[in-house]
Design a protein around this ligand. Structure first.
Ligand code: HEM
Length: 463
């Protein structure tokens, strides 16, 4: 109320409709209740019901006055306007991912570091470099899982995608380091969308301890690199940590340890969670829809038939031929909404759709609402990969990877990993869930609470 009052009557009258909720907690209870009840759309639904379909609402969330934006056009305008909007992530996310990561860097620093880090993970050449490693890692993991009896399918997938991102960022990490990092990331993630309450029993507290462990492991790796460089030990292959150590800005300034570590913490996290979750969901949707499964499998069989006998494994060209599989993945991304919301902050007073977004207020971009809007996606609750056939989405309607200068730099890599996993799965394996009707938890990402307990069985001898 105090934050609204300080705007003055004229500016207050231009705020979008909404309600600041209960003192201190604001709309957080309603948000958590909706996500824990298994019906996350009921949160924005309650604003629509009370204040109309305008798509912009005011609320108090994560301890800040906030404008919720839930239409594709308004999301696009915020995402494309870097002069008016900067990053505005909640305190918990910034504390856990790192104050010197992309989440808080200045626009110039962000541009520079993004260029440095995105080039080695994107584009034809970069992806060709990783394809063989991804292919082998996926094939081995599926084979191992099929011999292991009951497994947590999601946990196995997270191990696969984590191995890939560690290979790119920290090539020489040994198994013990990998395991330590992996365990800490599980705890870190559970705190990322929580309130920043650093008291025992709260998700943030455990996550903060996990961050400390991650920092100490990465600091150890960084120290080793610096010692090796000082001794003049040269490596033949540079990984991302080497690139970050070597990087200089136009004044010759290098990144300090804290900056390198925060960028690594961010990339190692962003680079494995989403790909693993989407691989799991795509597999489950394929199994629930036998006709879609059959069509996707037929496409993969056709691709395999056309691989020349001299070629080992699949190539990037084969991956580009996976048109229907790409539709299955896009539909999974739309349907699951792994990044259901993104956060910005107004750098100045902004007028949008006739409403005021006051300077300093947070802006939440509800990607989930855009993907579930029946005017954008008819029958949105139906999993229908064919809706993507011949359909290039208009900008702002498909936000699975964001948009604008913060567009996900790992979008192609993520899709490649998911495609390779599904390629192997469709051709050679079957999955039987232990609890097919297991409850779904929506925070921090949608997943069955049992992490998808299942048995994987081989159906083809070729695998
Ligand atoms: C299916 C897989 C993935 C999904 C759905 C996904 C989704 C997203 C989304 C929605 C954003 C933008 C957030 C915003 O609007 O501010 C984003 C940013 C980001 N993603 Fe991804 N991502 C995926 C895979 C990856 C991979 C494989 C990597 C690493 C190689 C990665 C690294 C990042 C980074 C570093 C950012 C921050 C970019 C910036 O602020 O400039 N992501 N991702």
């Amino acid at each position: 109320w105090a934050r609204e009052a300080s705007l003055g009557a004229a500016r207050r009258a231009r705020l979008p409709p909404g309600d600041m909720g209960w003192p201190v907690v604001g709309a957080m209870w309603a948000f958590l209740r909706a996500f824990k009840s298994g019906n996350p759309d009921s949160f924005i639904g309650s604003f629509i019901r009370r204040f109309g379909r305008g798509g912009m609402y005011r609320a108090f969330m994560f301890n800040c006055p906030t404008i919720l934006v839930a239409t594709s056009d308004a999301c696009k305008r915020v995402l494309m306007d870097d002069d008016s909007f900067g990053e505005g992530w909640p305190k918990a996310t910034v504390e856990l991912i790192g104050r010197k990561s992309f989440l808080t860097s200045s626009p110039e620093e962000h541009r520079r570091l993004r260029k440095l880090t995105a080039a080695p993970i994107n584009g034809f050449d970069a992806l060709s470099t990783y394809l063989g490693f991804i292919d082998r890692t996926v094939a081995e993991a599926l084979h191992r899982s099929s011999e292991a009896g009951e497994i947590e399918f999601l946990t196995e997938l997270r191990r696969v995608t984590f191995k890939v991102i560690v290979q790119i960022f920290l090539t020489e990490a040994d198994d013990a380091t990998m395991r330590e990092l992996e365990r800490s990331y599980t705890d870190l993630n559970y705190g990322i969308r929580a309130m920043a309450i650093n008291l025992p029993g709260f998700a943030f507290h455990k996550a903060f301890k996990a961050r400390k462990k991650l920092v100490s492991v990465l600091q150890g790796a960084l120290n080793e690199r610096r010692v090796a460089t000082a001794k003049g030990i040269l490596k033949s292959n540079m990984d991302m940590m080497d690139r970050l150590i070597e990087a200089e800005d136009e004044h010759g300034r290098r990144l300090d340890d804290e900056e390198i570590i925060d960028i690594m913490v961010m990339y190692l996290n962003a680079g494995h969670e989403s790909s693993a979750h989407i691989s799991m969901w795509a597999t489950l949707f394929l199994l629930e829809n036998p006709d879609i499964f059959a069509k996707a499998k037929a496409e993969q069989e056709e691709i395999i038939r056309n691989i020349p006998p001299t070629q080992k494994g699949i190539s990037l060209r084969d991956f580009r031929k996976m048109e229907y599989l790409s539709q299955v993945i896009d539909e999974t991304l739309r349907f699951v909404n792994i990044s259901f919301v993104s956060f910005r902050e107004a750098k100045k007073d902004v007028s949008l759709n006739g409403y005021l977004i006051p300077k300093g207020w947070k802006v939440q971009l509800w990607y989930r609402s855009v993907h579930m809007d029946p005017e954008v996606y008819p029958n949105p609750k139906k999993f229908n990969p064919s809706r993507w056939e011949g359909n290039t989405p208009t900008p702002g309607t498909f936000l699975a990877f964001g948009l604008g200068t913060r567009l996900c730099p790992g979008n192609d890599l993520g899709k490649l990993e998911i495609s390779i996993f599904l390629h192997h799965f469709l051709l050679g394996y079957k999955l039987t869930r232990t609890n097919p009707n297991c409850r779904i938890r929506y925070l921090p990402h949608p997943r069955p609470v049992d992490n998808c307990l299942a048995k994987i069985t081989k159906v083809s001898e070729e695998h």
